[in-house]
Design a binder for this molecule. Sequence first.
Ligand SMILES: C[S@@+](CC[C@H](N)C(=O)[O-])C[C@H]1O[C@@H](n2cnc3c(N)ncnc32)[C@H](O)[C@@H]1O
Length: 366
Amino acid sequence: MAARTISTHGVMEGGGSYNLHARIPAGGGNLALPYLEGAARSLAVRPGADPLFIADYGASQGKNSLAPMRAAIRCLRGRVGNERAVMVVHVDQHANDFNTLFAVLNNDSERYSVDDPNVFPFAVGRSFYENVFPPEQVDLGWCSYAAVWLRQIPALIPGHFVSIACTGDVRAAFDLQAADDWRLFLSLRARELRTGGRLVVVLPGLSDEGVTGFEPLFNSANEILGEMVDERVVGADERKRMVLGAYPRRRAQLLEPFAREGQFQSLSVECCELFELPDAVWTDYQLDGNLESLCSRQAAFFRAIFVPSLAASISDAGRRVAFADRMEQKLKRRLCERPVPFHSFVQTMVLGKQSPAFTPLARSSA
Ligand SMILES: C[S@@+](CC[C@H](N)C(=O)[O-])C[C@H]1O[C@@H](n2cnc3c(N)ncnc32)[C@H](O)[C@@H]1O
């Protein structure tokens, strides 16, 4: 049960694959756009001409960042005009597919810099469980579908590969890791945010009943992993080490750091909302009846997001590709046999950084 730190866990499939298949995170991010726009309208803009600074934590290959960054810049432009420089810094792990990210930032027809010469995109390859920026640097932070990935995997999961399926000591280890990592993430972002800045966090969440909506997908994939061991496509030891470091949180877990003092590290919660996100691919299927397309897209989604983390337990690069191909094929077939939608849940949080002198605690003790 030793902790397993894999510097690349949670990295999406490269070669632009994530951008092609990440329709569910795109939908979750879209639901949160009004909150990002509200944050951009309400953050304290510094007087003067210094650039405004937007950080996009966990950007992956960039396609899903374009709409949020465009929306945030549009709101800021409404406040500061067109001349003020805006820096947008996309952060991800060093093993991320930055080539695709840069191609998107340069060539995509929806890139936010296309009609704004005073917007400057940058990228950083560093974990958001470290200091990414100097203190008091970030005016507006955005982190969508990324902080669900833990800093490290605290335990192996007997019989499954997702934290939502584990119980007992293993569940306790994940719960503890997730609580520590959330506090660490918030502490680091609090340091980087300017006073008066805002941080918007979007997460695939758990409903109040403890459901993610992805259970049928994970259970099918788990059955297939068992078959792949029987077929000797993966070894039993490799299978044991296949664990996703993703941990969807309940609303109460997200709010826990703020519970005692009404704020945490000068951050206070401006809103924390749970949304249902209908599966857009399923909606297409209901319109066109194309089962083949439904299952191909669902299997490609699983491959692009989760298979690289599972394949990390296979040391040979060629076998990792064969594993990914076989998993996708088998999953597609399984999903065709039992078609099911992945209607999921999205947590959206807006956090504001106050001057310590204005925190509720300081006010009450003054
Ligand atoms: C599901 S993608 C989300 C991409 C995009 N924000 C979106 O909404 O579609 C999750 C991203 O978070 C990144 N990530 C996970 N852990 C991270 C960490 N510790 N530091 C930086 N990025 C991380 C992954 O590498 C991956 O690119």
